[in-house]
Design a protein. Structure first.
Length: 121
């Protein structure tokens, strides 16, 4: 069992030494191999940031359009309601006038009938 543990620990040290060596090699050694990769990563990150910014801008514009349309729709609804109320008021006024005229005509006819009845007796 101790041999297995010793082998695992030795392998762990070997891999950590190798990883440390490759990580520090580009900084001290050949930078030509790491620079294009770093440039590509930076460019990719920049492109992603641009795409995210463009998406956010487009989403903001779309939201603004929706809000504008909703405001216009609310305005249109308010105008339509005002027109409907005005039309209803006109119709009510006409109906009231017609009822008053009908009642006046009815009163005149009733008075005529009473006069005729009185004259007949």
């Amino acid at each position: 069992m101790s041999k297995i543990v010793a082998t695992l620990i030795a392998g762990l040290f070997a891999t950590s030494a190798f990883a440390a060596q490759t990580a520090t090699a580009p900084a001290t050694g050949s930078t030509a191999t790491a620079t294009p990769a770093a440039k590509a990563d930076a460019k990719a990150d920049k492109d992603v940031a641009k795409a995210n910014a463009k998406e956010a801008k487009t989403a903001a514009k779309a939201d603004a359009k929706v809000e504008k349309k909703e405001a216009e729709a609310k305005s249109d609804v308010a105008v339509a309601k005002a027109d409907a109320n005005k039309t209803k008021a006109k119709a009510h006024k006409k109906a009231a006038k017609a009822k008053a005229d009908a009642n006046a005509d009815k009163a005149v006819e009733h008075a005529d009938k009473k006069a005729d009845a009185a004259a007949a007796h």
